[in-house]
Design a protein around this ligand. Sequence first.
Ligand SMILES: Cc1cc2nc3c(=O)[nH]c(=O)nc-3n(C[C@H](O)[C@H](O)[C@H](O)COP(=O)(O)OP(=O)(O)OC[C@H]3O[C@@H](n4cnc5c(N)ncnc54)[C@H](O)[C@@H]3O)c2cc1C
Length: 394
Amino acid sequence: MALDFSLGLPEDVTSLQGVARDFAQARLRQRGQDADRSGEVPWDVLKEAGELGLCAPGVEEAYGGPGVTAQAQVAMMEELGWGNLGLAMAIASQGLLAAAIARHGSEEQKRRYLPALAGEGGLLLASLAVTEPEAGAELEMASRGEQQRVRTEARRTANGYRLDGRKRFIVNAGTDGLLLVLAQTDPDAGLHGASLFLVQQGLPGVQFLGRSETPGLRSLQIGTLDFQGCEVPEAMRLGDEGQGFQIAREVLQLGRVLTAAAEVGTARAAYEAAVAYARERRTMGRPIIEHQQVAGMLARMRTGIDGARLLVLKAAGDLDAGRDAALSAAQANFQSGDVATQGLRNAVQAFGGYGFTQDFPVEMWLRDALGSRIAYGGGDVQLLEVAEAIARGA
Ligand SMILES: Cc1cc2nc3c(=O)[nH]c(=O)nc-3n(C[C@H](O)[C@H](O)[C@H](O)COP(=O)(O)OP(=O)(O)OC[C@H]3O[C@@H](n4cnc5c(N)ncnc54)[C@H](O)[C@@H]3O)c2cc1C
């Protein structure tokens, strides 16, 4: 039962949405649930997503992608999140790196990486590597003071840079994929002294230290990467020296919006399941949907989902128009994270005791939503971003 919530979106949006919906129904639902039980990441499903053009669909035609808008990407992400939140986040990661390379990359970097990130010739997996053992939320926020810096260092060598440091909670870590690593090139320049580097996993000096075992999002691999004397040629620096935080902020903004869309999808999945269950389950001689408290929970969920979707579309519209999306991206991420986690708690409640068993996927969706809520710093960080945008006059 799909929601009828058309905003008269253009044909490129609805066609990508349709492909994603079919893929989510046919592949993500079941494989996501299997992965939740087994803990094994279905890498083959990510490759299939690449073949269908669902990884990095923002890549322009000249570099092998369909070049769709951010609004089309969020419509796609909602469907993928409806199928499985962890897999949706893994699929989105390619698009984040592709957007950064498309905007700030050299021609060589674009030709080398964009087609592969969009799935040409077998998908190149991708990861944004920002978080460190000692610093997570503070690297996400715009309110960084001059004293803030990245612990991973990139020291100049004769041919480029040498990377030393550690990154945590990195999506798609432990593969042969591409990393975009934030590292300090000038230790004394605080946030103006960080730069970004394109580094292939598996190269000498990059070691995968293992996966983080998580209670939710078990179809997504997040792990720790160690850099010790990792040699990176100068041509693999993305953007100028000192531009790292600025570019990372753009990537994080897009990530916030895409993840928000996926969370709306997961909340919608739970809402649909809860409505169907509440129509069928009877207590006191009538379906529980006729009990006011249950109906009220469903009404709250539906209203939250429809509202969060509008914020997501607004943020995507800002990105498409080249407007500053700091406010709308944080709002969308805050609201969708709230709607997904609160909505899932309600969905589990609507299922009663069955909601707390593996007979139904609602308990898995709740665990997944708790994880995605943290991925971009958490609700408090999003609210701080909103407050800062307001203070700047947004
Ligand atoms: C599923 C998942 C996927 C992820 N994927 C990636 C990835 O691909 N790449 C990557 O680089 N990172 C990734 N992360 C890491 C994520 O960005 C960080 O976990 C997050 O930013 C929080 O950082 P932290 O864990 O170090 O917590 P901390 O920074 O230690 O924060 C702890 C708590 O304090 C709060 N807090 C911290 N500072 C403030 C403040 N100034 N004001 C108010 N509250 C504050 C935080 O909101 C949080 O609740 C992922 C995390 C998860 C869970």
